[in-house]
Design a protein around this ligand. Structure first.
Ligand SMILES: C[S@@+](CC[C@H](N)C(=O)[O-])C[C@H]1O[C@@H](n2cnc3c(N)ncnc32)[C@H](O)[C@@H]1O
Length: 219
């Protein structure tokens, strides 16, 4: 079984819960519902911040049901807070040959186990660099990459212009009040900028996940 309306089927849910990553179940269900809605536009769904594929599973399942493709962008070297010595570091993600993080192999195993490989295109590289060569409209952009102002702003400026009319922009880790040392509030500032642009209107809030819809031009 795969999808049932805007709730993933039990197999997909089980794969999601088993996957390494940072997306809690409640926010994941909201991400999934948004992805199902946006996929009806018939355009690709794009994620910034693949990590080991936990949230990608949900986008991929929604994409599969609608016959579109999920795209996911990551350099797979980890964000600042995932590096050795930081709270969110997982030693299993370090490539012993290179001596740096590499989450791509785990991501591939995650998608394979979920049976969703055929519905995802992994874009391996720095988000702004990939955005510069991306030309098409997107039904959904989900920003869950680096949490510094530099990275969150570049993700917004690189990808939000591609959100089609009526498409959705989702931003993760939006904390109006400082949450902890690693998170910072860059995603919150990007969220405010999107609202203030007049191009996006808030649809819903699910813990730290914000769902916005393109209702005007620009960013
Ligand atoms: C918070 S994790 C993503 C979590 C994932 N969505 C999940 O559900 O578990 C952020 C990811 O963004 C990636 N990242 C950070 N800055 C990036 C950049 N400038 N370009 C590409 N990927 C980046 C990191 O490598 C990391 O894997």
């Amino acid at each position: 079984m795969t999808t049932s309306g805007s709730t993933p089927g039990p197999d997909v849910l089980a794969a999601f819960e088993k996957a390494k990553g940072f997306m809690p179940l409640g926010e994941g269900l909201a991400l999934y519902a948004a992805a199902v809605e946006a996929a009806a536009l018939g355009l690709p769904l794009l994620e910034v911040g693949t990590y080991c594929g936990r949230s990608t599973i949900l986008l991929a399942d929604a994409a599969r049901a609608a016959g579109v493709t999920a795209l996911t962008v990551d350099h797979h070297r980890g964000s600042e807070e995932q590096q050795p010595g930081w709270d969110f570091h997982d030693p299993e993600t370090v490539d012993p040959v290179v001596g740096r993080m590499d989450t791509l192999p785990t991501f591939r195993r995650t998608l394979h186990a979920a049976g969703l490989e055929d519905h995802v295109v992994a874009l391996v590289g720095r988000s702004p660099q990939v955005a510069r060569v991306w030309g098409g409209p997107l039904g959904l952009v989900f920003i869950d990459g680096g949490h510094t102002d530099e990275h969150a702003t570049a993700d917004y400026e690189g990808w939000a212009p591609h959100v089609a009319d009526g498409g959705l922009l989702l931003i993760h880790d939006v904390f109006p009040v400082k949450h902890d040392e690693w998170t910072g509030q860059a995603p919150y500032r990007v969220y405010l900028r999107a609202l203030e642009s007049g191009a996006f209107t808030e649809v819903s809030v699910h813990d730290s996940l914000r769902v916005l819809r393109r209702t005007g031009a620009g960013i």
